[in-house]
Design a protein around this ligand. Structure first.
Ligand SMILES: [Zn+2]
Length: 167
């Protein structure tokens, strides 16, 4: 049910539900499942199964429908796992990462930064000028920081990611 050859998808899953959760998912029968039944059939701890299912649900990789027993009033959760949704989730993550990179690049390109010899912090021009270009942490003089190299690296990374999106 899960393609372990796809290491990116696998890594993503491990990040969400842990290696333990991936093991649990691999042992689950296909189709709709009821957590108590899976626990009884596989011997896996019911709390581990529930934790895994809810983590998958939070990440839109599982859904459930609830059924109430008319006699006892108890609710039963019928779960369906949608691991085929991983690709969409990965695309979404990638786009978010690209947006962050673009924002970072714009921030670097639009601003002028100042640092001291002790590297206490990076100050924006506006902040540095307020303290007469004296580091507010160590009291040393502030110098203009050349961020051309950083900008070059960031824009190379952004173009690389954009070309990946188009391919
Ligand atoms: Zn300093």
């Amino acid at each position: 049910m899960i393609n372990t050859d796809d290491s990116v998808a696998n890594q993503y899953l491990v990040r969400i539900i842990g290696a333990n959760g991936v093991d649990i998912v691999k042992k689950m029968p296909p189709g709709e499942i009821v957590d108590e039944k899976v626990a009884a059939e596989t011997g896996i701890d019911i709390n581990g199964i529930r934790r895994t299912l809810f983590k998958l649900y939070e990440n839109r990789l599982a859904s459930y429908r609830r059924e109430r027993n008319p006699e006892t009033g108890w609710l039963t959760y019928h779960w369906t796992i949608h691991l085929d949704n991983i690709d969409n989730r990965l695309d979404l993550e990638f786009e978010k990462l690209l947006d962050n990179m673009k924002e970072r690049l714009a921030f670097e390109a639009d601003n002028t930064f100042y640092i001291c010899d002790n590297n206490c912090a990076r100050f924006l021009f506006e902040t540095a000028s307020e303290t007469d270009f004296i580091c507010s942490v160590c009291g040393e003089e502030l110098f203009h920081q050349d961020n051309e190299e950083l900008i070059r690296k960031l824009s190379a990374r952004v173009s690389e990611m954009e070309s990946f999106l188009r391919s």
